[in-house]
Design a protein around this ligand. Structure first.
Ligand SMILES: NC(=O)C1=CN([C@@H]2O[C@H](COP(=O)(O)OP(=O)(O)OC[C@H]3O[C@@H](n4cnc5c(N)ncnc54)[C@H](OP(=O)(O)O)[C@@H]3O)[C@@H](O)[C@H]2O)C=CC1
Ligand SMILES: CC(C)(CO)C(=O)C(=O)O
Length: 298
């Protein structure tokens, strides 16, 4: 494929992994960032390497991209409005986020070009501006259709396992299963994924996931209890215990957490359907009680 020009909004764990993949597939990457840095360096199971990217901090002069990829936390999307406003010239926008609000989060902000919802399975931690640790291989899923097929072709040769799915709604709820227990539990306990090995924590995870399946089904997904069992069984194979979660990293950094777009979405959907979700509601209450501020000594 002819090299494409790709703009990546957000330069954290996922922005870094997308830039790495796009560069590996032969494309030209521009990172649209809030906090500038000189070099993008990825520390991966295969080794450490610098990814050549252009870094821009102001939307003023940017434009002319073939693809725009949005990789901020869901709650930060409104603050990217100046970038989106500048770049929305008919170009496709790929939204790579957790949760189930991929289209909703940008509905008011991207109207000229098409939106492609995307899911990513990877353990990625931004340790300082421009420095990203990727602790697992990367797998992605995008919504099926012509645009999804084009995005799959775009990243051919990148090393990312990427496929398009005709049931993105179910895929997004399945990804939710990997976040709805680990993200809150690691953020609240300030532990990495090793915390999930504790038998009592595993029991809590199983309960949280059983509630999530009931809500996901009521929301029209095709998930079953087998999916929850598989997620729990696969989790340790997928991620090393040294990995954290995106929510844990925000808690440690004293940043706002993404809970309203993960556990919050789930609890609000449960309320609409009259489904009891006491475990998820408790986690949500505790996450709401966590005030964003740096943790001394963390
Ligand atoms: N990390 C992971 O392993 C995984 C994360 N995800 C999901 O991917 C999404 C992204 O997560 P992740 O990469 O971890 O998040 P990070 O917090 O690591 O990175 C988010 C980036 O967005 C930037 N940002 C925020 N607001 C703006 C803005 N207005 N303009 C430009 N940049 C902005 C931040 O800037 P600054 O540098 O200034 O902080 C930061 O670089 C989330 O939905 C997360 O749940 C999904 C799977 C795995
Ligand atoms: C699957 C997991 C937990 C991987 O780190 C993730 O999606 C996240 O950190 O938000």
């Amino acid at each position: 494929m002819v090299a494409q020009r790709i703009a990546v909004i957000g330069s954290g764990g996922i922005g870094g992994v997308i830039a790495e993949a796009a560069h590996a597939a032969g494309h030209e990457v521009t990172m649209c960032v809030r906090t500038p840095f000189e070099r993008l360096v990825l520390d991966t199971p295969e080794g450490t390497s610098e990814v050549p990217v252009s870094v821009v901090t102001e939307p003023g002069a940017v434009g002319g991209f073939d693809w725009v990829v949005l990789t901020t936390k869901v709650h930060d999307v409104p603050s990217t409005a100046p970038w989106l406003h500048k770049l929305d010239d008919g170009t496709p926008l790929v939204v790579v986020q957790n949760g189930v609000e991929h289209r909703g989060s940008v509905a008011e902000l991207w109207s000229e070009g098409p939106v492609l919802p995307a899911l990513i399975y990877v353990g990625a931690e931004r340790t300082s501006p421009g420095q990203v640790v990727r602790r697992s291989p990367t797998t992605m899923q995008v919504e099926g259709g012509e645009l999804g097929s084009r995005f799959v072709s775009l990243l051919e040769g990148s090393g990312v396992r990427l496929r398009a799915t005709d049931d993105f709604h179910t895929a997004a709820w399945r990804k939710m299963l990997t976040n709805v227990a680990p993200n809150p539990i690691t953020a609240l306990t300030l532990r990495r994924l090793d915390v999930l090995a504790q038998p009592d924590v595993q029991e809590l995870c199983a309960g949280v996931l059983a509630e999530t399946i009931a809500v996901a089904q009521a929301e029209g997904s095709a998930l079953t209890q087998e999916d929850a069992d598989k997620v729990l069984a696969d989790y340790t194979a997928l991620m090393p215990p040294t990995n954290g979660t995106s929510m844990l990293y925000d808690r440690i950094a004293g940043l706002p957490l993404e809970h309203e777009h993960i556990t919050g979405v789930l609890v609000r959907a449960a309320d609409r359907h009259g489904i009891p979700v006491p475990l998820n509601r408790t986690l949500l209450t505790l996450l709401r009680a966590v005030q964003p501020h740096p943790i001394p000594g963390a």
